[in-house]
Design a protein around this ligand. Structure first.
Ligand SMILES: *[C@@H]1O[C@H](CO)[C@@H](O)[C@H](O)[C@H]1NC(C)=O
Ligand SMILES: *[C@@H]1O[C@H](CO)[C@@H](O)[C@H](O)[C@H]1NC(C)=O
Ligand SMILES: *[C@@H]1O[C@H](CO)[C@@H](O)[C@H](O)[C@H]1NC(C)=O
Ligand SMILES: *[C@@H]1O[C@H](CO)[C@@H](O)[C@H](O)[C@H]1NC(C)=O
Ligand SMILES: *[C@@H]1O[C@H](CO)[C@@H](O)[C@H](O)[C@H]1NC(C)=O
Ligand SMILES: *[C@@H]1O[C@H](CO)[C@@H](O)[C@H](O)[C@H]1NC(C)=O
Length: 714
């Protein structure tokens, strides 16, 4: 898709408004856009942290003073890494601050939009800035968009204990309702989805059970789960053994020390969809992990034992344990090796493999406890902060939350890591492991770092570069037994390449795939929609070809679909349950926006217009003469061009032929009526006659006409 030009297209369509908007919708919030709020829950490392200390950094001109940026000011970081680390690190056991420096998350929108702009442009630059730009362009009120940044270093229970984060989040929803009169839309990205899940569980304990659903209905209209690692991500395991640099110029060892001091790293561990917390049923674990007092152990159903790899494409970790004389000293390893000790006895390294289930329940960490001094900490945190969390063990599959509308949105078909081979490096902690191989998934196959195909249980597609498809697509389980599937090109299109399958059967816990074609080099978006299985509730899954985990939030295609769906959703006259995908034209234009902006724009008006466009009933809704009166109202708001209905011949007479359009255009060309062009252009759509359009082009290749044509067919 030509995203840059896309942004520059004209949207003079803002003019096409339905009259009822001007008369107000009244009563319930439904249809009144001005009452909604958007609440953004950012992902890992997407919230700024600021110092709340005075720290003298020797040998560096830059000290840390209160409110100095810690995450992330890369200049300061580079000039005094050890000093910076003091402000970043938490105590590995109790998650308290370093004695010399503490940091706290920033608040407000800027906390998530200003992550060191300029210096590091790569993976760490802000993902939300573009998103906010859209909001502003569409005239959304400043107080309607709320970010709920959090200290992404902490486990969920610590977020509440230290910062009362979930209390504050509840208040945020309640304040938004009070302030604006309507519910909120939740936009969560990546780890933000885990945060939101925990919030929903926490809330269940906070509110009387009979009021829980009522609270949700009143406060949350829709939940947009973007890039949600619903079954965790294998990268979290890599982070635990060899660090995650986040693209920063720090060594892996340093980054390992850092991420391992954050309990949140374990929040993203991969787990099995077949094992639920609460009961005990471990495959082969050492006795002391299987502690009888553990009330949050796992109960796995038979599929865990029947299928390999806990349902994942391959084993998540394969690790070479060095041979050791006298294996009795290493009971954890010998137990895991399940009795076949011949290789250990012979002094050869033993390769052990671990599935998702064995990682999330601690088996893996227990097995390498003797080779890695950090594993005691991991096991401690895993048990205390996750397995024994009184609200929820987050390392367990998530059933569809009882929210009215859920949109699960993720990128697919990118090369994504799904498994690792680790071996001891011979160096001391934190550099004691090296990665000897990586297994990737890409478009339905698995291969190793050297490019060789690998056997396994590859999914139909691949992940978003960070989170495997298996984890992202878990939300397909939230769809009911019948699903409507639509595949459309991501770029602007006229509908000729849209494929639809209605009421496709979907077996619970099985992936659902359309029987649809793909043209080479076309990027598609595939919608899975269910508005039937739960009365009054809707669930949708959007798969966006080649959208990367971080960038999906600023992807123009996702933004466009989000806006269209939102406008459709709250449109009082919407007939279909979801916005139609039949056609997609341009949505934004910066020039046009400015013209329109000066003339006072209400969000509702923009939305309304775009709903119409998105719904492709553009032509239909213009057939009555009523809208044109509103059009005139709008024109009157542009005081510098006082226009009346009479000045628009097409207002009273229905345009039917290309020659009539031609005449209208002719009238307009040369007059300062750019904004009216849109209206005329819309007539092209109504005619839907490509020969008429090409005739027109041939006859009148003026800038105006070609612009008009480009608008729709470019
Ligand atoms: C946390 O641990 C550190 C060092 O292990 C200790 O100094 C501190 O007192 C502990 N804090 C709490 C609240 O337990
Ligand atoms: C599991 O893996 C084993 C050995 O790799 C293989 O023989 C078996 O067929 C696999 N089972 C399933 C259900 O894929
Ligand atoms: C132990 O492993 C060896 C070699 O990998 C194999 O030949 C042998 O059958 C195994 N023994 C058992 C009891 O699984
Ligand atoms: C897929 O679609 C093709 C053509 O539309 C049809 O011939 C084929 O039977 C379909 N396959 C399945 C599994 O439905
Ligand atoms: C699929 O679409 C049809 C037609 O729009 C609709 O009647 C039906 O309810 C939809 N099915 C589901 C599962 O939402
Ligand atoms: C409208 O006309 C004026 C004067 O001719 C010109 O300065 C201005 O740029 C025109 N505006 C547009 C949007 O074409």
């Amino acid at each position: 898709m030509r995203s840059p030009s896309y942004n520059h297209h004209v949207t003079a369509f803002l003019l096409l408004l339905l009259p009822h908007l001007f008369h107000g919708v009244g009563g319930d919030w439904t249809g009144d856009y001005s009452k909604l709020s958007g609440i953004i829950i950012p992902g890992l490392a997407s919230t700024q942290l600021r110092a709340w200390s005075i720290l003298d950094c020797p040998y560096s001109p830059l000290d840390f003073n209160p409110l100095d940026l810690v995450w992330l000011d890369s200049t300061r970081m580079l000039s005094a890494v050890n000093c910076w680390l003091k402000c970043m690190l938490l105590d590995p056991y109790n998650q308290t601050d370093h004695p010399d420096c503490k940091s706290r998350p920033d608040s407000g929108l800027s906390a998530i939009t200003e992550l060191d702009p300029g210096y590091i442009t790569g993976p760490l630059s802000s993902v939300w800035k573009e998103w906010l730009k859209w909001c502003v362009e569409f005239g959304i009120e400043a107080n309607a968009i709320i970010a709920v940044p959090y200290d992404w270093r902490l486990s969920p229970s610590k977020l509440e204990e230290r910062d009362l984060y979930f209390h504050k989040l509840k208040l945020t929803f309640e304040t938004a309702l009070k302030l604006r009169g309507g519910p909120s839309l939740v936009f969560a990205h990546s780890l933000g989805n885990h945060v939101f899940r925990y919030f929903l569980e926490w809330l269940k304990l906070e509110i009387a059970p009979k009021h829980y659903i009522q609270w949700l209905d009143e406060h949350i209209h829709a939940y947009f789960a973007v890039g949600a690692p619903l079954l965790g991500t294998v990268e979290a395991v890599k982070g635990t053994l060899s660090g995650l640099t986040f693209g920063l110029p720090i060594s892996e060892g340093t980054s390992r020390l850092m991420v391992n001091s954050f309990a949140s790293t374990l929040w993203m561990l991969p787990f099995s969809k077949y094992c639920r917390a609460d009961n005990t049923c471990w495959k082969h674990f050492s006795a002391d992990v299987r502690d009888k007092s553990d009330h949050h152990n796992y109960h796995c159903d038979e599929r865990e034992f029947h299928f390999n790899f806990s349902g994942w494409p391959t084993n998540i970790i394969n690790i070479e344990i060095p041979s050791i004389p006298g294996f009795g000293a290493y009971p954890s390893v010998t137990e895991v090796a399940e009795g076949n000790l011949s290789s250990i006895e012979c002094g050869l390294p033993t390769q052990l493999s671990f599935s998702g289930c064995e990682i999330s329940d601690g088996t893996f960490f227990k097995a390498i406890e003797d080779y890695d001094p950090d594993m005691k900490r991991v096991l401690h945190q895993l048990k205390k902060l996750y397995h024994d969390d009184p609200v929820l063990n987050p390392l367990s599959p998530w059933d569809r939350p009882p929210l009215k509308n859920i949109f699960c949105i993720y990128g697919t078909d990118l090369k994504t890591e799904v498994g690792y081979y680790f071996a001891p490096s011979g160096k001391p902690y934190p550099d004691n492991w090296i990665i000897t191989d990586v297994i990737y998934e890409l478009e339905g196959s698995l291969f190793s770092r050297s490019g060789n195909l690998v056997d396994g249980n590859a999914g139909a597609s691949s992940g978003d570069e960070t989170v495997p498809y298996h984890s992202l697509s878990y939300c397909k389980n939230w769809l009911g037994p019948k699903v409507n599937i639509t595949r459309a090109p991501q770029s602007e299109h006229d509908g000729s390449d849209v494929q639809v399958e209605l009421n496709v059967e979907h077996h619970h816990e099985e992936d659902i795939l359309p029987n649809m074609t793909r043209l080479p080099r076309v990027k598609y978006i595939t919608f899975y929609e269910d508005s039937e299985s739960i009365p009054g509730k809707r669930t949708a899954v959007w798969e966006i070809d080649k959208a990367n985990h971080r960038n999906i939030v600023r992807s123009p295609v996702v933004m466009r679909e989000l806006w269209l769906e939102m406008w459709h959703d709250i449109h009082p006259d919407a007939k279909s349950k979801f916005v139609t995908k039949a056609k997609r034209g341009p949505l934004r234009d910066e020039d046009c926006y400015w013209d329109y902006g000066k003339a006072r724009c209400a969000w509702a008006e923009h939305c309304e217009y775009r709903y119409l466009f998105g719904d492709v009933h553009l032509g239909q809704s213009c057939t009555s003469t009523e809208p044109f009166r509103s059009l005139a109202d709008i024109f009157e708001n542009w005081r510098h061009i006082p226009l009346t209905v009479e000045q628009f011949p097409f207002v009273s007479s229905k345009v039917e032929t290309a020659s009539q359009i031609f005449k209208l255009l002719d009238d307009f060309v040369g007059r300062n009526l750019t904004r009216c062009l849109s209206f005329v252009c819309s007539r092209f759509l109504q005619l839907e006659d490509s020969t008429a359009v090409s005739d027109l082009l041939a006859a009148q290749p003026s800038q105006t006409v070609s612009r008009c044509i480009l608008l729709f067919y470019g």
